[in-house]
Design a protein around this ligand. Structure first.
Ligand code: SAH
Ligand code: SF4
Length: 427
């Protein structure tokens, strides 16, 4: 099993390399000092993360070659647009999409208001088609380790907020490294997200140790640890972290202030920009269906995400969590989630868009539907099983009881059925 297809480095200039995958050329940042032209390499998120021996690469590529073109055919076929439309605005908007023109805010609003099955079908198919054109059939599969549910914040929506009575756990430094070793070396993940509440028990030195050790397993280290000062993130970058997942949560400042007491939207946005400036791959986004959220907020959320020029969009439905002030709030409907996903794809064609686990928690077919509506990235929980149920940011998480290997197998067969290769084909 493999989560990334090796490619061959055919060119390097000023740390930017060109990697060839079965004739498709992708640009990557060369983050290794010892990589040279002709080497076989793995890339994640557009960063070259390791070199592999040519015999090993040729064996893997031999197994992939036929499968890859077969999958490509399935994907191309599924991405063909075959619908009729009813809305009077839709043809004009789709024409703009086909001509690669920028969509206006009004266009996004009209798309979000689509209702009939035919129109929605056309929206999703067009988003899938654009995803196929821009990214081909690659789909990144990242692992996530939720290493602590202690949090100093009190976000009203979150089940592990400081005031929640959830039983707390905190993985030790070595325990985190061991979990990452297993995910990287046994399960073969090439990118690992390290996520936690804002837990200052992990000081800078502990985080540096964790990151630098995990980087030795030749994976892309993705941080999702909330607000820390810029100097800490800089040291972690130097230690080998290359990606950060930090959602701004909502573009509506009033809502933000109510829901995230003691923190400011502006600070979060500044941090995201700073991290991008440091060279981090950025995943950001928002929650959908927060109480008092308006249609306008969803549009603004998509536009704000786009303006931050992230490498990856990460948004998901708000789901209530027991023992929080929002415990009785109903979740948003699946149609709104899928529309948001498809609109994000049309608004920002090149982005990677993830189907988040919250989407999967609400709807059994969320992965499949999301991947057919513009998404091209997935996450698999690789947290040691006994901790998963304690990382209760929202209720009803589905994936926590499953064996990771079973989840991997299900994921791979879903991807194959949709013609996707569980790979990261650079940028
Ligand atoms: N503490 C860090 C990372 C962990 S929380 C941070 O806040 O950035 C990761 C994400 O979980 C948050 O960005 C938030 O969007 C999401 N989240 C929190 N509570 C949620 C809920 N009730 N429903 C859905 N997503 C939630
Ligand atoms: Fe803490 Fe993140 Fe939850 Fe907010 S969303 S309470 S920062 S874990």
């Amino acid at each position: 099993m493999c989560y990334a297809i090796p490619g061959r480095l055919v060119e390097i200039k000023d740390k930017v390399g060109i990697v060839d995958y079965f004739g498709e050329k992708r640009r990557v940042l060369v983050d290794l000092t010892d990589a040279g032209i002709g080497d076989y390499v793995y890339a994640q998120g557009g960063i070259l993360i390791n070199r592999i021996p040519s015999e090993e690469a040729e064996e893997i590529l031999g197994a992939w070659k036929e499968l890859f073109s077969e999958l490509k055919g399935i994907d191309e076929d599924l991405a063909r647009v075959r619908g009729n439309c009813k809305s009077k605005n839709l043809p004009g908007i789709l024409q703009k999409v086909n001509l690669n023109q920028e969509l206006s805010k009004e266009d996004l609003r009209n798309l979000l208001r689509l209702e009939t099955e035919d129109d929605l079908g056309l929206l999703y198919q067009t988003a899938n088609n654009i995803r196929q054109k821009e990214h081909r059939n690659a789909c990144c599969v990242h692992g996530i380790i939720e290493f602590s549910n202690y949090c100093r914040c009190n976000c009203l929506y979150c089940g592990i907020r400081e005031d929640s009575k959830v039983k707390r756990y905190r993985m030790g430094v070595d325990e985190i490294i061991d979990a990452a070793r297993y995910a990287a070396l046994e399960l073969k993940f090439k990118a690992l997200v390290l996520q936690s509440g804002e837990d200052l028990w992990y000081d800078e030195d502990k985080l540096v140790t964790i990151v630098s050790k995990i980087r030795e397993f030749q994976v892309l280290v993705f941080l999702s640890i909330g607000l820390r000062d810029g100097a800490t993130y800089k040291r972690l970058f130097e230690a080998g972290a290359r990606a950060a997942l930090l959602r701004f949560e909502t573009s509506n400042e009033g809502l933000f202030n109510n829901l995230r007491p003691g923190t400011k939207l502006e600070d979060r946005l500044e941090l995201i920009k700073y991290l991008k400036g440091l060279g981090y791959i950025i995943a950001t986004g928002f929650l959908i269906g927060l109480p008092q959220e308006r249609e306008e907020d969803i549009i603004n959320n998509i536009l704000l995400t786009k303006s931050l020029k992230p490498d990856m969009y990460s948004f998901g439905p708000f789901i209530s969590a027991e023992d929080t002030p929002l415990r009785n709030q109903k979740p948003v409907d699946q149609e709104t989630i899928l529309k948001t996903l498809a609109i994000a794809r049309l608004a920002d064609r090149n982005s990677k868009i993830i189907v988040t686990t919250a989407q999967e928690t609400l709807h059994r077919e969320a992965r499949k539907k999301g991947l057919l509506s513009g998404a091209n990235s997935l996450m698999i929980n690789v947290t040691p099983r006994h901790y998963r149920k304690l990382y209760r940011i929202y209720d009803g998480r589905t994936e926590i009881n499953k064996d990771t290997r079973d989840t991997i197998e299900e994921t791979i067969s879903l991807l194959y059925s949709l013609g996707r290769a569980p790979a990261d084909l650079g940028v």
